[in-house]
Design a protein around this ligand. Structure first.
Ligand code: HAM
Length: 416
């Protein structure tokens, strides 16, 4: 029996990988222009890092982590997200001593043991960005402007930005209690899961998809009505800056996030193109996180984009393997030897050159050249070997020119 990939973990094949490369390349360029530098952290971290940052009562920590003991009995976890590892590295490497503002981005695989479906996988990829060191609402607006710009840059317009504020440690407890009181009176209508968690993580009830929970929370108190003066002012400024930067958004006061580290501004980029997995990107502020992990008291904000979801939304215009510049068709062993040397020479000069390795007929070789959509072809037989000249055929224009075989690099350069 042949071995298959693990459920919910996918290969990215040639033909698809070009879209991934495009999305990654544009992220590097756009984020670079906004002053962000790349950071790479290990895929495995100590389990404690995620429990302490994401929160013990979240779905991720309660049931979705790939956790195992190594041979020395240390509990390790495949990272379910990128923010906590970046904060761990930021603290460990004292990045705040280099500059009071750290702007970092990352891309790579994350792991969550979720039920796989379209847009939801067990190994998935995020492109994320984090800013550490600034409390000013300008940075909230800038991060959102960058996210908005990236989506415009890659040609995806069918997304909507929703924002909310979750308050801070000063005002959130009052809201939390108001919500618990409200839910207590409606306990019978809640699903089993929400009956269990309405005291441990009451905000999650607002996010529950069960119809009973949805109905029961229709008139639930709004977090925005419970913000303290400072959080209220911060949120108002974020909105007015977004208006000034012409970043369209709407306020969704029911938006809660599945990770506990958020305070104040939170946001999601949503689409109706992906069924129930409607968030293509999400993030928010996490002002107490660095300190709670043993670092300096510094605010932070960031987001992560789900790369698989982006790929699903991107029409596959890019999804084509790059075509060869030249296909060298050879007749006979001697010509094949010469073609092989010429092909390698071309490749060393940056051209995509291809040939046959299986002694196929000329007809079969030309069929393959067509299938690969090679831009040029050259046929090399005995007479071409003797004269050192051959016809370079332009497959797009249906024209051909006599050229010297030894000047293929120059000839192709001239036609680039
Ligand atoms: P998150 O909302 O858990 O936030 O994930 C961010 C994005 O990753 C989601 O909006 C979605 O596009 C994608 N994603 C999440 N889970 C899956 C999955 N199982 N399969 C496919 N895509 C998925 C975070 O991870 C935070 N660290 C974001 C952040 C950065 N907050 C501040 N800085």
């Amino acid at each position: 029996m042949s071995i298959t990939a693990i459920k919910g973990m996918n290969d990215v094949l040639p033909g698809q990988v070009e879209t991934w490369q495009f999305l990654e390349r544009r992220a590097r360029e756009v984020f670079g222009a906004f002053g962000f530098s790349e950071i790479r952290t290990p895929i495995v971290e100590k389990t404690e890092l995620f429990c302490r940052s994401i929160g013990e009562t979240t779905d991720i920590v309660e049931k979705e982590m790939y956790t195992f003991n190594d041979k020395s009995d240390n509990s390790l976890t495949l990272r379910p997200e990128g923010t906590a590892p970046v904060m761990r590295s930021f603290i460990q490497n004292r990045l705040n001593t280099l500059d009071p503002v750290s702007k970092l981005y990352y891309m790579g695989p994350m792991f969550r043991y979720e039920r796989p479906q379209k847009g939801r996988y067990r190994q998935f990829h995020q492109i994320g960005a984090e800013v550490i060191g600034v409390e000013d609402p300008k940075i909230d607006a800038q991060v959102l402007a960058m996210l908005h710009h990236y989506f415009q840059d890659i040609g995806i317009s069918s997304v909507a930005l929703q924002i909310n504020s979750l308050g801070c440690p000063a005002c959130r407890p009052t809201y939390r209690q108001a919500l618990i009181d409200y839910l207590e009176a409606r306990l019978v209508s809640l699903c089993n899961e929400c009956q269990r968690r309405y005291t441990t993580n009451p905000l999650r009830v607002l996010d529950c998809k069960a119809s009973g929970c949805k109905e029961a929370t229709l008139d639930a108190p709004s977090v925005l009505e419970h913000l303290c003066g400072e959080c209220d002012e911060h949120f108002a400024q974020v909105q007015s800056l977004l208006d000034e930067l012409a970043v369209p958004f709407s306020v969704n006061e029911r938006m809660v996030r599945g990770l506990d580290y958020y305070v104040r501004t939170t946001f999601e980029l949503v689409t109706d193109q992906l069924g129930s997995q409607n968030a293509v990107a999400a993030g928010g502020r996490y002002d107490g996180l660095v300190e709670s992990l043993g670092g300096p008291s510094l605010p932070g904000i960031g987001f992560a984009i789900g790369l698989e979801r982006l790929v699903l939304m991107k029409d596959d215009a890019q999804a084509q393997t790059a075509r060869p510049d030249l296909f060298l068709a050879a007749l006979g062993e001697e010509a094949a030897q010469k073609a092989f040397v010429l092909m390698t020479e071309l490749q060393r000069n940056g051209f995509r050159a291809e040939m046959d390795y299986q002694g196929k007929s000329l007809k079969a070789q030309m069929r393959r050249a067509n299938k690969l959509k090679s831009r040029f072809t050259v046929i090399m037989g005995e007479s071409e070997l003797q004269s050192g000249r051959a016809e370079l055929k332009d497959m797009d224009q249906s024209t051909q020119d006599q050229i010297a075989l030894d000047s293929l690099v120059e000839e192709l350069s001239a036609r680039r």
